[in-house]
Design a protein around this ligand. Structure first.
Ligand code: NAI
Length: 298
């Protein structure tokens, strides 16, 4: 297989001023991509803003001989998303790659989750992906090529105490990818999902202490770079990127559906209770999409 090369490609990485996004921006640029380094530059809870983070990463790329432009818009508004895409078009003429990576946290147990904390997290993660991806996908459709990465989380696909806003947004991104993989299919637009595990500002007090060596940001970078490449022909795939003391580890995750339990007519709740064990049994489970013919009548 040919070496992954982004010469002639234009990438937008949101939240690229720090953490995982910074590594994606540097790695894409190192392999020839022209990169829009977007970052609002605020605190972990999304308050504040500043130019320093995006500027530093763009400068680092340029100092290494690459091409980059900083952008300081928020992903959380339509205007911000459009301006991020406009920055790519004005600076480099097009958009081939979008990594929806920007993120904030406002953790609280659900009963203490006020509307402001709920709305802020949904706005950056879920609406942010809408705001940036939609104008970018219009360009990708016209050019018949695109690679989009959504960033989900185990807080969504498994659940995590105190992160109802975040978990809901992150699972929403998986659903968004499921739909966009279908809408993008005939235009060679691939939409995949990264589920990272890495020690960053966002997770330093959440991931188990003493795991910094296992949960390196560098473990996540190569699989995201692969998802952004022409070589990646899969779409709608969720990869959990993690690590052990010995190195990186990647797991594929999917929603599974069993082959179903049929009833004569409409059962009573007591009939359900009687067959609950069979309904729950996942021994014959397969990917939900493959099993969809069973429950969609296809
Ligand atoms: P980070 O806090 O180091 O980076 C997030 C970046 O997004 C920051 O530089 C921040 O300024 C930027 N940002 C925040 N709001 C923004 C907005 N409205 N517009 C533009 N930029 C904005 O965190 P990390 O860990 O690198 O997170 C990157 C992504 O990975 C996030 O979506 C996060 O939810 C996700 N993630 C990370 C995990 C981990 O283990 N580190 C686990 C699961 C998901």
């Amino acid at each position: 297989m040919s070496k992954i090369d982004f010469t002639g490609r234009v990438a937008i990485v949101t939240g690229a001023g720090a953490g995982l996004g910074k590594t994606y921006a540097l790695a894409l640029a190192e392999r020839g991509a022209k990169v829009v380094v977007n970052d609002l530059g605020g605190a972990r809870d999304g308050t504040g803003s500043g130019d320093a983070a995006a500027n530093l990463v763009a400068e680092e790329i340029k100092a290494a001989g690459g091409e980059a432009v900083p952008n300081f818009d928020t992903v959380a508004t339509v205007e911000g998303g459009e301006n991020i895409v406009k920055t790519a078009v004005d600076s480099f003429g097009k958009v081939d790659i979008v990594i929806n990576n920007a993120g904030i946290l406002r953790d609280k147990s659900f009963l203490k989750m006020d509307e402001a904390a709920w709305d802020a997290v949904i706005a950056v993660h879920l609406k942010g992906a809408y705001c940036v991806t939609r104008p970018a996908m219009k360009i990708m459709r016209e050019q018949g090529y695109g690679r989009i990465v959504m960033t989900s989380s185990t807080s969504g696909i498994i659940g995590n105490f105190g992160q109802s806003n975040y978990g809901a947004a992150k699972m929403g991104l998986a659903g968004l990818a499921n739909v966009l993989k279908k809408e993008g299919a005939k235009y060679n637009i691939k939409v995949n999902v990264i589920v990272p595990n890495a020690m960053t500002r966002m997770t330093e007090d959440i991931l188990p202490a003493g795991m910094a060596d296992a949960f390196k940001v560098e473990n996540v970078t190569p699989v995201v770079v692969y998802m952004c490449s022409e070589q990646c022909e899969d779409t709608g795939v969720y990869i959990v990127a993690s690590g052990t003391a010995d190195g990186a580890m990647y797991c594929r995750s999917q929603i599974m559906t069993n082959m179903g339990q049929k009833f004569e007519g409409v059962p009573t709740p007591d009939d359900i209770a009687g067959r609950w064990g069979d309904i729950m049994n996942l021994d014959d489970a397969r990917f939900a999409e493959e099993a969809a013919q069973l429950f969609m009548g296809q």
